[in-house]
Design a protein around this ligand. Structure first.
Ligand SMILES: [Zn+2]
Length: 202
C-alpha cells in the first residue's frame, strides 16, 4: 500500500517512541529490547479485570488494568485477583471501551505482554513486538470506539516502524494452546480494512 509522507493525523503520531494522543502512565514492567532488534510485529490482546467486567476502578479511582500494569493492584479487592497475585506484566498500549488510549511502555523498550511465544518461527515475541491490550473479553464484541482508535494507532505504528506492516497478529496466534485472546469476537477483517483506508492517499 502507498506510504503517505506526512503523519496520518496530528493526534495519532509517534514521537520518540511515544504515541502523542495517549495518556502516559509509565509501568515499571519493561526492559531493553535486545541489541539490534527491530520492531517488526504488533500483537493484539484483550484484558478485563475482573474477567468480563469493564471500566472497573479501585478505591483510588484507578482503572484495575492500569493498577495491574503499574504493580499497584490490590490483590484483596476481588477473589480473581488472588489468582494473578504478584504478576508483573505490561503492554505498550491499553485501549479502553470508549477508545481512550494509555501508553505504559515506550515503544523502544520491551513490554511484558506475550510470555512464551513464537511468531513466524521467531521466539520471544516481547523482544520485537508492540503489545496492544484492548479492554474486552473472549465472549463479547469490542466497541466501535476501540476499532477507531486501534486502526489509527496501527496506521501510526506502520508509519513509524515499517517492518511491522503486514505483521499484525493476536496473542492466541503466537501462544496457541496457552492463550485465547483477542478471541473470536475480534473483527480482524474490519480492522484491516479500516487501517488500509487510513493509509490510502486522500
Ligand atoms: Zn494476551
Amino acid at each position: 500500500m502507498p506510504t503517505p509522507t506526512l503523519p496520518i493525523s496530528d493526534t495519532f503520531n509517534i514521537i520518540d517512541g511515544r504515541l502523542t494522543s495517549a495518556n502516559w502512565v509509565p509501568s515499571p514492567n519493561f526492559n531493553a529490547r535486545p541489541d539490534d532488534t527491530e520492531i517488526s510485529a504488533i500483537v493484539i490482546h484483550n484484558i478485563s479485570l475482573p474477567p468480563n467486567e469493564f471500566e472497573k476502578t479501585d478505591a483510588r479511582g484507578i482503572h484495575y488494568v492500569e493498577a495491574l500494569f503499574t504493580n499497584t493492584l490490590d490483590w484483596e479487592a476481588h477473589p480473581y485477583f488472588k489468582a494473578i497475585e504478584g504478576m508483573e506484566v505490561s503492554a505498550h498500549l491499553f485501549i479502553q471501551r470508549d477508545g481512550n488510549v494509555t501508553q505504559f511502555v515506550n515503544f523502544a523498550d520491551r513490554a511484558w505482554h506475550a510470555g512464551r511465544s513464537s511468531y513466524l518461527a521467531q521466539p520471544e515475541c516481547n523482544d520485537y513486538t508492540i503489545g496492544i491490550e484492548l479492554e474486552g473479553s473472549d465472549f463479547q464484541s469490542f466497541a466501535d470506539a476501540q476499532y477507531a482508535t486501534l486502526a489509527q494507532v496501527i496506521a501510526a505504528v506502520y508509519q513509524a516502524y515499517p517492518k511491522t506492516r503486514r505483521h499484525l497478529t493476536g496473542h492466541s496466534d503466537i501462544a496457541p494452546g496457552r492463550k485465547t485472546d483477542p478471541g473470536e469476537f475480534f473483527e480482524w477483517t474490519r480492522l484491516r480494512k479500516m487501517v488500509s483506508d487510513l493509509l490510502l492517499p486522500s
